[in-house]
Design a protein around this ligand. Structure first.
Ligand code: ATP
Ligand code: MG
Length: 776
């Protein structure tokens, strides 16, 4: 059927159009960000359908995220002027492979109702095998084995195919345990994530008839973000496209950011070898960003040695330069961005008023999100977190908050229910029912019910002991929210028949108390012992939560804040600012983008900087390129001189990527707080401010260099701040300093708690990270 002139073709440039209309044979679109690869891919689907070259179910179309798949479906519908019906094979590799595997489960030794294990289950299973093999899983953690197995699966290696070179993996036991693990999974009728592809590839490799069936079925194959495919995905595509070779892949080597998950940028580079005669389209016109933004991104990515090297151009209007701003600390950065967004919304910033859904904040690490969420909740700015729950909705944060609530209000039964068996204390349904019943019979709270149940031997054994420990802990922590009782003999206290009570200052700060609660309840250890890939992130979030307490007088005040801001939250479909990680932002675009936290150690990550060789650093640089190229009109990069990371203040150097921004395309803004306008408030911050950091020669030098490109963090500031916060291991007798209690000498050490005889405050036990060594 001849193609009618279609509106979706009119919107394309000649190179894109060629890639859309050349339906037969392999096509590779290798082009930089914002050049319309995804747009062309979408038009190609529309073209296949509208020319009746393929039915919706004959098109296999792979996107990187489910969100991208939904968007593509919507766009196809819009291009055709009617909803895209069907398209059952438009999705992520995983979603498509689940469907295929359900159809052919028996060929992989499974039943079609197999379960997909999550990482926790996967680790538990591996642990059992490790123990059965008498391997010390302290030295050889299950998580390590899981990583090795995932890596093999990403490379499409079944146990029998793992090369001899890998025989030493996991203390020479890796391959054997991998084989056992696969057998165990089959027995359980289960697969892990990596299996979804591995099984399908194996089925295709060993059952020619099945492969041929799908080769006929999927007459056209399209792949977006091809630079991020791993070997297994690549093999899968090559097998499917092997007969008709109607495969169109689009990607950008400069945007390969999943190397850490086994993606092989080499796949895109050898496309022409795999599919001889492939038609290669190079797109160079960028339709997304202004010239300044494009120049900034291009200059940064030029720092990478390993790249094909593509030049982009745009005929868009000049627009604003990329804006660069340094802040005192992360909270200040969030405050400033909040104000900017307000101004942009009102039309007083930038060329035009911006809608909230035109604005995105892209962070390197998810723990950065907390500062923004808090700020936005406080000022009532609607936002959404893409690709994960909002900070206070995260499981570990809710657990921790439940502990805090219970400590402040022992009658909070909901909080008790949440944490009574978290971490696991051996209190199953039966024990919990006993607690409920006892509380009901006695008309008391669950905590009190639990105490009665334990006292009366209704809950015994291991669970009973653990429960007793929890109840005692709660009482102890509750007592710590107050200082010692002060006898009052004072007419101003109204005598209501009870002994008048007053309390002195608590002996530990609420920040320390929070840490003590999390540590002594076993909750911190619960995540430390958990070796799943998410565990480190959860621990980071917990530390971020404790950091956050510094902004409040006490636990109570903090809890009130959270309940207020969470209540405040506007639900519904109104426009919202998007907050997400740079990884999650791939393929997306926004008129205005904020890129906070450009500091060495955060971005690029410490890990990539510590690594020998350039691989990690180059991947971080590609991430920077992805970040900048998400912006259409306004791009604002920021960094903070101080940041609390993992519970400690760190003095940060501006990111090395900032040095790579081209001077001519960057406007350096002057932070409002820099000249003493907004000085930080409490605790350590006050100390730093007292130390007159703002007036230090180094900070002044930095001011003087505003406007100049490539500022660096003055040494003087660095020393001042670190002095106040450095954490060392302590020795008995050593002189130390504590934020709240001042100077003293170490008289005892117990794990991470240190007993200190303070000069003014007497002997107290404090958490070591709140102490610094000090030669006064
Ligand atoms: P990325 O590498 O970031 O995924 P991409 O190459 O996939 O980028 P698209 O998202 O397809 O780029 O397109 C970027 C923007 O440019 C979109 O807003 C798109 O609508 C627009 N665009 C693409 N091609 C054209 C064109 N020929 N004319 C006008 N606008 C276009
Ligand atoms: Mg794209």
């Amino acid at each position: 059927m001849a193609a009618r002139p279609a509106p979706y073709l009119d919107e394309l440039n000649p190179a894109q159009r060629e890639a859309v209309e050349r339906l037969d044979g392999p096509v590779l679109m290798l082009a930089g960000a914002g050049t319309g690869k995804t747009k062309a891919l979408t038009a190609r689907i529309a073209h296949l359908l509208s020319t009746a070259r393929a039915r919706p179910n004959e098109i296999l179309s792979v996107t990187f995220t489910n969100k991208a798949a939904r968007e593509m479906k919507d766009r196809v519908g819009r291009l055709l002027g009617q909803p895209a019906e069907g398209m059952p094979w438009l999705g992520t590799f995983h979603s498509i492979c689940v469907k295929l595997l359900r159809r052919h489960a028996e060929l992989a030794g499974l039943k079609s109702n197999f379960t997909i294990l999550d990482t926790d289950d996967q680790l538990r299973l591996l642990k059992q095998l490790i123990q059965a093999a008498n391997i010390d899983d302290k030295r050889w953690p299950a998580r390590m084995l899981a990583g090795i197995i995932d890596d093999w699966k990403n490379r499409a290696l079944t146990p029998d195919k793992v090369p001899a070179a890998d025989a030493g993996a996991y203390n020479n036991k890796g391959i054997e345990l991998y084989a056992q693990y696969q057998i165990r999974l089959r027995e359980l009728n289960a697969v892990d994530f990596g299996d979804l592809l591995l099984h399908i590839v194996t089925i295709f490799q060993t059952h020619q008839d099945v492969l041929e069936q799908y080769q006929r079925w999927f007459r056209y194959i399209l792949v977006d973000e091809y630079q991020d495919t791993n070997v297994a995905q690549y093999l899968w595509l090559r097998l499917l496209a092997g007969a008709h070779k109607n495969i169109c892949c689009v990607g950008d080597d400069d945007q390969s950011i999943y190397g850490w998950r086994g993606a092989e940028v080499g796949n895109i580079l050898r496309f022409e070898k795999d599919f001889p005669g492939a038609y290669v389209v190079r797109l160079e016109q960028n339709y997304r960003s202004t010239p300044h933004i494009l120049a900034a991104a291009s200059n940064v990515i030029r720092g990478n040695e390993n790249r094909l090297g593509k030049e982009l151009w745009t005929d868009a209007e000049e627009g604003e330069k990329v804006r660069l701003i340094g802040h005192w600390d992360g909270e200040e950065e969030a405050r400033w961005i909040g104000e900017e967004i307000d101004a942009m919304q009102g039309g007083t910033r930038g060329a035009r008023p911006f809608n909230l859904d035109e604005i995105a904040i892209l962070v390197r690490a998810s723990h950065q999100m907390r500062a923004f969420e808090d700020r936005f909740l406080t000022i009532g700015l609607p936002y959404k977190v893409i690709g994960g729950p909002r900070f206070y909705e995260r499981m570990e944060i809710r657990d921790a908050m439940a502990y805090f609530r219970l400590v402040v209000s022992p009658g909070d039964d909901l909080a008790f229910e949440r944490i009574v068996n978290t971490p696991k204390r051996g209190l199953g349904d039966k024990a919990q029912q006993t607690i409920q019943a006892t509380a009901r019979e006695n008309g008391v709270s669950l905590v009190d019910g639990a105490r009665i149940a334990v006292d009366n031997g209704l809950i015994k054994g291991k669970g009973g002991n653990a429960l007793r420990e929890l109840i005692d802990g709660l009482a102890r922590w509750n007592a710590m929210t107050r200082g010692p009782r002060i006898e009052v003999d004072d007419d101003s206290v109204i005598d209501d028949g009870r002994a008048p009570m007053r309390f002195g200052e608590p002996e530990v700060s609420h920040i320390e108390l929070a840490q003590i609660i999390l540590d002594e309840s076993g909750y911190t250890a619960h995540w430390q012992n958990e070796k799943s890939p998410e565990a480190p992130g959860r621990l980071e979030n917990l530390k971020e939560l404790v950091n956050q307490l510094d902004n409040f007088e006490n636990l109570q005040g903090f809890l009130e804040h959270v309940s207020l801001v969470m209540d405040n939250e506007q639900e519904g479909d109104g426009a919202k600012v998007s907050i997400m990680t740079l990884h999650a932002a791939k393929g997306l675009e926004f008129p205005a983008v904020f890129l906070p936290g450009w500091e060495d150690g955060l971005f690029p990550s410490q890990r990539s900087m510590d690594e020998s060789g350039l691989k990690g650093l180059e991947e971080e640089r590609r991430l920077a390129y992805v970040g900048i190229t998400r912006a259409e009109e306004v791009c604002t990069i920021s960094f903070a001189a101080n940041r609390r990371v993992f519970g400690q203040w760190k003095n940060a150097m501006p990111s090395r990527f900032i040095d790579e921004l081209p001077e001519d395309h960057v406007e350096v803004l002057t932070p409002p707080g820099l000249y003493g306008g907004s000085q930080p408030a409490a605790g350590i911050e006050t100390r730093a401010a007292e130390a007159n950091v703002y007036n230090s020669p180094g900070w002044k030098r930095m001011q003087a260099r505003q406007g100049q490109y490539g500022m660096s963090q003055p040494r003087e500031t660095r020393n001042t701040v670190i002095d106040a916060t450095a954490v060392a291991s302590f020795t008995l007798g050593e002189r130390v300093f504590h934020q709240k209690f001042g100077y003293g000498a170490v008289v005892g050490i117990e794990g991470d708690k240190v007993e200190v005889d303070f000069d003014k405050a007497g002997t107290k036990k404090v958490v070591s990270r709140f102490l610094s060594t000090k030669d006064d």
